[in-house]
Design a protein around this ligand. Structure first.
Ligand SMILES: NC(=O)c1ccc[n+]([C@@H]2O[C@H](COP(=O)([O-])OP(=O)(O)OC[C@H]3O[C@@H](n4cnc5c(N)ncnc54)[C@H](O)[C@@H]3O)[C@@H](O)[C@H]2O)c1
Ligand SMILES: O=C[C@H](O)CS(=O)(=O)O
Length: 473
């Protein structure tokens, strides 16, 4: 596939390409251009034209186009799902669901834009103050590999609805479905100057885009390291920065927990997308009186899982994104075992990039995995505790603060613990992996800056301007 600059499919100016590998079969699925500095500069210049065209397009027309785009995306859900399945390795049906949720996001932000009103406030004496909202200008949307369409939509839908020109930079390992979704948006009528997609390595393309004085904001989802680096480039031009970053989220399972619920939430919260979810529950804090029973039930649930080609209907879990990613998880497990944990199930990769669902028992609060070592794979580290105070202290002893969960039959206690958790989301009787397009989603501490979702992002993608009408009354 090619990048889309100025509405046209283009190769890199020096012809260089990146191979997109199917992580389930290790075959080359396709190639995309490895954009050069000249290509990126082209896109940035075109975006200067795009921001004027799109901000001068009436709200009614923008809403009509984005609603049509939502329909287009939904009608092509199988094609998008299939591209996603091939590049990402997640079970096909879940990829189709992601395409549908991306479509829903475009529809929702278009609808919300209809109701985004200019306000008139009283001023001094006979004056009036008009509070107007204007687009920021050019917004760069940098997305990670794990939810390419969903996270594209969480950023680009509000940015476009607000009237900004957008340049999308997808992860170099999963660019294909994002390129196709861009084509569908352009076919619906978004001007090619106002929506472009540029492919290439983050270190090169991401850095050049974020550093440019021609942009007004960068919205990035990815690791904390890359987020901080990107912010340091963008801030030199005072470009706005919105960051959704890493996490090492706790799930606290209290003594009175319904263990069936605890196990099903662990399966959903840790095994979905082979554990490659920002807000996955990555540390299970389990009361010592029920820990053995929880582990036994979890082992039974693991034995019932089918790990196979993600296009197979019975596939519960596909591979990790790459052989490298699986090797990294293996190393992190070895490291944790060296620190004293015990592996009770799994622990190995197979067929290069698949990873066995894994349980690490006897993890203690001083180990790296109990603090800031984020494992992006299907690994359940179990940390036993005796008191709720101890559980909350361990939950909060991390640099991250994305999401958290607590399982208990006592809702009052659950609420109390949820309030004490240092995280952007806290779920009572569920894992922390809870996000709809309405929920405000954003991390505390080093998990991010800004909040995504229908409630907030449209405002974040606009400037506020006061127009004062003096002596008008
Ligand atoms: N909070 C959230 O909403 C959220 C969602 C998904 C993933 N994540 C986090 O993302 C990480 C996994 O995703 P990943 O491996 O794709 O992350 P990553 O940080 O490696 O890459 C994210 C994006 O940034 C680009 N990039 C890489 N280096 C860059 C640089 N120097 N300058 C600018 N851009 C650069 C990449 O090409 C990619 O498009 C995990 O830490 C996960 O927790 C967070
Ligand atoms: O990886 C984290 C994502 O935010 C998950 S989701 O796409 O928002 O559900």
């Amino acid at each position: 596939m090619k990048m889309l600059i100025n509405g046209k499919p283009v190769k890199a100016s020096d012809g260089s390409e990146i191979e997109v590998i199917n992580p389930a079969t290790h075959e080359v699925t396709d190639t995309v251009p490895n954009a050069t500095q000249a290509d990126i500069e082209d896109a940035l210049e075109i975006a200067q034209i795009g921001k004027k065209i799109w901000r001068n397009t009436s709200v009614e027309e923008r809403v009509r186009i984005l609603t049509k785009a939502a329909r287009n995306i939904e009608e092509h859900k199988d094609e998008l799902g299939s591209l996603l399945c091939r590049e990402l390795g997640r079970p096909y049906n879940q990829c189709v669901d992601e395409a549908l949720s991306a479509g829903a996001n475009f529809r929702a932000f278009a609808e919300k834009m209809k109701h985004h009103m200019t306000e008139i406030l009283p001023g001094k004496e006979s004056d009036l103050v008009m509070v107007q909202r204007e687009p920021l200008g050019v917004v760069i949307c940098v997305t990670p590999f794990n939810f390419p369409l969903g996270l594209y939509a969480f950023k680009a839908a509000p940015a476009l609805a607000a009237g900004n020109a957008v340049i999308v930079k997808p992860a170099s390992v999963t660019p294909l479905a994002s390129i196709r979704m861009t084509e569908l948006l352009l076919e619906a009528g978004v001007p090619g100057e106002a929506l472009q997609i540029v492919t290439g390595s983050g270190e090169n393309v991401g850095k050049i885009l974020a550093s440019s004085p021609l942009i007004n904001a960068v919205s990035l989802t990815g690791s904390t390291k890359v987020g901080i680096e990107t912010a340091s480039h963008a801030i030199r031009n005072l470009s706005r920065v919105f960051l959704e970053l890493g996490g090492n989220d706790p799930l606290i399972i209290l003594k009175d927990a319904d263990l069936d619920l605890a196990v099903s939430e662990t399966m959903m919260g840790r095994m979905y997308n082979a554990g490659q979810v920002c807000c996955a529950s990555k540390r299970m804090l389990v009361h010592s009186k029920i820990a053995d029973e929880y582990i036994e039930r979890l082992c039974t649930a693991f034995r019932q899982m089918t790990l196979t080609n993600p296009f197979e209907e019975n596939c519960d879990m596909g591979p990790l994104i790459s052989e490298n990613a699986a090797c990294r998880v293996e190393e992190q497990i070895k490291h944790t075992l060296k620190q004293g944990a015990v592996c009770l199930s799994g622990g190995h990769r197979f067929q290069k990039s698949y990873f066995e669902p894994t349980i690490l028992d006897r993890v203690t609060a001083n180990m790296d995995v109990a603090k800031d070592m984020e494992i992006f794979g299907p690994v359940v580290p179990v940390i036993r505790f005796d008191t709720e105070e101890e559980a909350v202290a361990i939950a909060n002893q991390t640099q991250y603060g994305l999401s958290a969960g607590v399982i208990t039959k006592d809702y009052q206690k659950g609420l109390k613990l949820a309030m004490q958790m240092e995280s952007g989301t806290a779920v009572v009787n569920g894992c922390g992996d809870y996000r709809t397009f309405q929920t405000p989603f954003g991390g505390h501490k080093q998990s991010g800056i800004g909040t995504e979702g229908l409630l907030m992002t449209l405002d974040e993608m606009m400037l506020t301007k006061c127009v004062v009408l003096k002596q008008i009354l």
